[in-house]
Design a protein around this ligand. Structure first.
Ligand SMILES: Nc1nc2c(c(=O)[nH]1)N=C([C@H](O)[C@H](O)COP(=O)(O)OP(=O)(O)OP(=O)(O)O)CN2
Ligand SMILES: [Zn+2]
Length: 161
């Protein structure tokens, strides 16, 4: 929920920002195993997006909080997720509008935007609460390049280990 403390994510960056948002949306899960969730119903989703980086932009921002809200809240608020065929469809479970898939989609939209910025911030965690008792955390896997950089950093910190 907004103003709650979220699970922390480890990363090598100096700055970390968190943006809380909420949006109302309807969905249905197109699976015979989804039970009552196969019927159209709605939620007030709470999302927390964590962004990290080492460089600030000309405004002294890692990224403008307001832009993250525009990207996510304005895209999904008062929508029927199943109608958003750019992100969701019924042909593959990886694209059903489940909490897991919506969390991953929020990551993808955010990171695609961040990739265009000169200071190259990274989205390191998306926390998405669908109901008072259910939430998902999506964390992107580290790329081979990031794993190699981490290893080099560790070696430099403890060369004899
Ligand atoms: N792993 C997932 N399981 C379920 C998802 C999902 O997205 N990922 N979604 C649903 C339903 O869409 C539903 O919105 C949420 O279900 P649930 O947490 O069971 O909701 P309740 O309010 O009924 O929970 P209670 O704790 O029993 O009150 C189902 N599963
Ligand atoms: Zn639901």
């Amino acid at each position: 929920m907004i103003q709650q403390i979220y699970p922390s994510v480890s990363h090598p960056y100096s700055y970390e920002l968190n943006k809380d948002m909420h949006f109302a949306a309807a969905h249905s899960i197109p699976s015979a195993d989804a039970g009552k969730c196969a019927q159209v119903h709605g939620h007030t989703y709470f999302a927390n997006v964590t962004i990290a980086g080492d460089e600030l932009d000309a405004s002294g921002f890692l990224v403008n909080f307001a832009l993250i809200k525009r990207l996510i809240h304005d895209r999904f608020d008062h929508t029927y997720l199943n109608d958003d065929n750019e992100h969701f469809h019924a042909q593959s479970a990886d694209y059903f509008p489940t909490t897991e898939v919506v969390a991953r989609t929020i990551y993808e939209i955010t990171q695609n935007y961040l990739d265009q910025l000169a200071n190259k911030p990274r989205c390191v965690q998306v926390y998405l609460r669908e109901t008072p008792t259910s939430y998902v955390i999506y964390r992107p896997k580290k790329t081979d390049q990031q794993l190699a950089a981490n290893e080099a950093q560790n070696k430099a910190a403890a060369p004899d280990a």
